[in-house]
Write a protein that binds this ligand. Structure first.
Ligand code: MG
Length: 454
């Protein structure tokens, strides 16, 4: 033996002595054969004697049965009849996601083992070198959710069981009450309360209040600036209307209903802070998106000014964007459009991070999250400890025909499917009846025509 070999052999023997194993370990070959290592690690026990299930194809299916453009990924496997579905819905640019799936992701995935979801996510994420934006994240989410669906089907368990099992009886949800006046909104809130909802989001005029500002004639329209179809939101009108809406709804509907409101980032940050402070007496469950993602530094002042609970994160692209604000308790609820950040795998990481800081989940779930995406939301909601609330949809019969297994709501709770996988499917023949469109504008202007940033 050379000197270094001797030293290494001596330290190995010392280590064995310390473990109390002495030379018997060598006799039984516990430490020293690469053959033993190969036998132990190369073939997972569950797959012994069977070839791994591999990906045969990854393809996009588009449909719009409820009006919103939806993109679904279907992953077919080497096992006949075994496939998974996932949500890849970037509704505003749906057609751009399709080649990202059919051309790039398909080529990247074919022949790979369906079991290694984490490796697939990590490798696909950096396979374009530059980090993903919304198009590639949505494509990746479709793959990720479909692989969880497949894993659940193989295990003969719903996906939530693979994420840790149930932490609650069902998924508590909120629904939307919008209307032209506070009184009309209060009527709707009362109807939802009668249906069993405990949480309702209230918006006068829907998104940014634009639906209730039609009677105001903005100067940019008179001047012929922008497009005829551009939306208008007047910040002063909005700021005056919201407290009044809360006042009317709270007085009419009582103290028991939880009221939520989404600001859609459309006011100046300092005005947002003042308005939220003024809402304290109405005890909102949360106020969502007070600032654009570019204005994160305003959170500090908001938190020093008021303790109204805040939800944020719908517009974040990358899970790293959640780290600092969560660790610094800048908001209370995590708003994530799960397909927008890349699927169940990254959403679980953000959810678990939230547990450390007592930040609760409130995944994005309007009509432009597909029913497959809602099933993915619910799978996490039922499993994680720090679940907060789930935005919900009541699906039309048309949507249910396209998506057999659509989540259902009972007494304000989403009922989580007990079928293996995500418990939802897509009927491609029905889906083809509802082609998606290319029209997708997101243009809201001030009185003088200046663009308002969401
Ligand atoms: Mg929102």
């Amino acid at each position: 033996m050379s000197k270094p070999e001797l030293q290494s052999e001596t330290s190995r023997r010392n280590a064995l002595k310390l473990l109390g194993l002495g030379s018997t370990a060598g006799v039984f070959g516990l430490f020293d054969t690469s053959k033993a290592r190969a036998e132990t690690y190369e073939t997972p026990a569950y797959a012994k004697g069977a070839a791994p299930v591999t990906i045969k194809s990854v393809r996009a299916i588009t449909t719009a049965p409820g009006g919103s453009n939806l993109v679904i990924v279907k992953v077919e496997t080497s096992e006949p009849g075994l496939y998974g579905v996932g949500c890849a819905t970037f509704t505003q640019r749906a057609l751009v996601v399709v080649p990202a799936i059919n051309t790039y992701l398909n080529e990247f995935c074919v022949g790979k083992d369906v079991d290694n979801i984490e490796d697939m996510w990590q490798s696909a994420y950096v396979s374009s070198y530059w980090r993903n934006g919304p198009v590639l994240n949505n494509a990746l989410s479709g793959l990720d959710q479909a692989l969880w669906d497949i894993k659940g089907k193989r295990a003969n368990m719903p996906v939530y069981q693979l994420l840790g099992g149930k932490s609650r009886i069902a998924v508590d949800t909120y629904t939307h009450a919008s209307g032209p006046t506070p009184e009309a909104i209060a009527d709707k809130v009362q109807q939802f309360m009668e249906m069993g909802f405990r949480h309702v989001r209230i918006q006068q005029g829907g998104y940014g209040g634009v639906g209730a500002m039609q009677e105001l004639k903005p100067d940019f329209k008179t001047a012929g600036y922008g497009r005829e179809t551009d939306d208008f939101s007047d910040q002063r009108t909005y700021l005056k209307r919201v407290p009044k809406m809360f006042d009317v709804v709270r007085k009419r509907c009582g103290e028991d209903i939880q009221l939520l409101h989404d600001m859609h980032e459309l006011t100046e940050p300092i005005d947002a802070i003042n308005m939220i402070k003024g809402l304290e007496e109405y005890r909102p469950y949360f106020i969502e998106d007070p600032f654009s993602p570019e204005n994160m530094n305003w959170f500090k002042q908001l938190r020093q000014t008021t303790a109204v609970p805040i939800a944020m994160g719908e517009l974040f692209n990358n899970i790293n964007e959640f780290k600092e604000p969560m660790a610094n308790h800048l908001f209370d609820f995590i708003r994530i459009h799960i397909s927008q950040i890349g699927g169940i795998t990254p959403a679980m990481k953000v959810a678990r991070l939230g547990e450390w800081f007592n930040v609760r989940t409130a995944w994005h779930g309007p009509g432009d999250t597909s029913p497959v995406g809602h099933a993915a939301n619910n799978s996490i909601d039922i499993a994680v400890w720090n679940f907060g609330i789930q935005e919900s949809q009541m699906f039309s019969d048309k949507v249910k025909e396209v998506f057999p297994g659509c989540p259902t709501i009972k007494n304000g709770y989403y009922q989580v499917s007990e079928s293996p996988g995500l418990g939802i499917d897509i009927n491609e023949k029905e889906a083809a009846k509802y082609p998606i469109g290319t029209k997708s504008r997101w243009t809201v202007r001030k009185n003088d025509g200046t663009i308002l940033k969401p």
